[in-house]
Design a protein around this ligand. Sequence first.
Ligand code: DGL
Length: 284
Amino acid sequence: MVPMLDQAGLPIAVFDSGVGGLTVLHELLVSLPGEDYVYFGDTARLPYGDRPAEELREFAIQIADHLLAGGAKLLVVACNSASAAALDAVRSHLARRGAGVDVIGVLGPAAQTAVAASRSGRIGLLATPATVASGAYERIVSLADPHVHLESVACPGLASIIEAGFPFDEHLVSTVRRYCAPLRAAEVDTVILGCTHFPLIAPMIQRVLGRGVTLVTSGPGVARSVERALAARSLLNPRRGEGSYRFACTGDPIAFQALGTRFLQMPLGEVAPVSLQVVARAAA
Ligand code: DGL
């Protein structure tokens, strides 16, 4: 058993299929600057959003084991597709192993923020096919308020276009227009960006939907949940200055570094390559 004092000094682990989770990491870096972070992008297996739930559960458990084996005091699943399919499975898996770490997903914080923000009770959801098919947002939103109408739009391919990077072109704009059309028709006043890649193109989505629509991302709510979870276990890092952050991915580390630096707008430093065999071995 690691003594409490040492455990508070461990990093917070964050993962996504790619660079999308950087939108969540950025909120954490701002809200909890004294913490250390390790970010893992499973870029070799992206996109997650077209994969079956069972496969996403397998990947998420592998990554959780891999990250905790490297030392982490809390795990953030910064991916809607993985959170929708695997959050409960990862929690029970780690509980069975006696890991004693909290696992925070992105759906609850986004859904609760949207329900609180909407005046009309008509909320839109833009998400991957896997997230929409899971029905998880419908369940969380109707638990928060059974009278809210959720208009869900699956956006196949959109996360991959964003992950492919710059330059963003007319094809991306017309894809965004197509996916936003049902939300405009449904006259929603609030839209959940239910894929962590989508906040990276928030300016484009906001222009298509208009100023009257509030865009909701999971980042700020996730940061609050992380802070509460760490405080409850007396695991907040007492450091006054800024902590460190480091990155690893299963695909091309140079491409991840180039794209991640542009999206995070902070230097990523060297990105460590991790082979899928190493990730799978951690869970064996
Ligand atoms: N960023 C992820 C999400 O929030 C998944 C994108 C993908 O790999 O399809 O769902």
